[in-house]
Design a protein around this ligand. Sequence first.
Ligand code: ZN
Length: 347
Amino acid sequence: MHSVRSTASRWGEPIVLGPNQPLERPYRGGAGIARLRNTPQPSLFSPEDFVGSTTEIYAGGGIGLTMLADGTTLREAVERDPIAFLGADHVKRYGSSIELLVKLLHTAERLFVHFHPDAEFSRAHLHRDRGKTEAWVIVDTEGDGYAHLGFSRDVSEAEVERWVTGQDVPDMLGAMNRVALAAGDTLFVPARLPHSIGPGITLVELQEPVDVSVLLEFADFGLTQAEALFDLAPGTALSGLDRRGWAAEQLSALVADAPGDDTAVAPLFGRQADGLFRADRYRPRGTVELEAGFSILVVLDGTGTLSYEGGSLALTRGSTVLVPFAVGRSELSGDVEVIRCRPPLAR
Ligand SMILES: [Zn+2]
């Protein structure tokens, strides 16, 4: 027999999330996540932690899904009680999809050059109904942090196909922009834009909830061209790529420095993330109020308290917490730095 409980009481508490790191991703990393969370690094190939995830890796098998303490997946729990998790406005607009994937990510090596297709490409070639735009909050860099982002000049179809099929990585990287990254910086990466995260970077990533990547670089990562390109012909796979040159002033719209230290609440990523996801950086010093709403909190530094009707939760560096809508309004206090990740505004 199922017990009968009211919606509000069923998910009226924040849910503390432990590590959820797939063990065999195709690139090395994870030490930065272990440092942030103060947990062991599960394997040399566990560079990603899926936080409050209802999204599987592309290969499926449930890998990536967040498991709750009672043994159900977060996905099942949300489907059973979407209004408690997401609120009525969200459900009216988006159904029971949480519309968000949050990851912690740490690179032990430069990540392969790749791009994420847009929705049109996903529908046409990948049996998925959406593409993936993502955005990063840099937590930590080891040495000079950088990423490659977009091409620095227009690149022809023939040229990029030659680089990919011949795995001419130096020429490919030579035609890309290199962007310096430091802790606190944010970066917005639209679907279709090629990118590669440099080594030694730990970041919080917000993205559309689907795992689709076309890899322009694969041989050095032990992958085949077929695996890298979804078994598509190169011309087809690369038709989803933004081959335009991005000038410095265009790039500067994607990259932002850390908000000032004395800013209690700083919205991140700007208007370009409207309709995709929302993130705010909180440094309350005193106390700041959080309106009700599904959110995933990632604590980057310090210690603090999340207070809500009926209880409070201690937060410390590396904590990750899912706050269902049914928790209601809450308050964040303490000398703490928190990234609050939310789905797009439903109203
Ligand atoms: Zn990416």
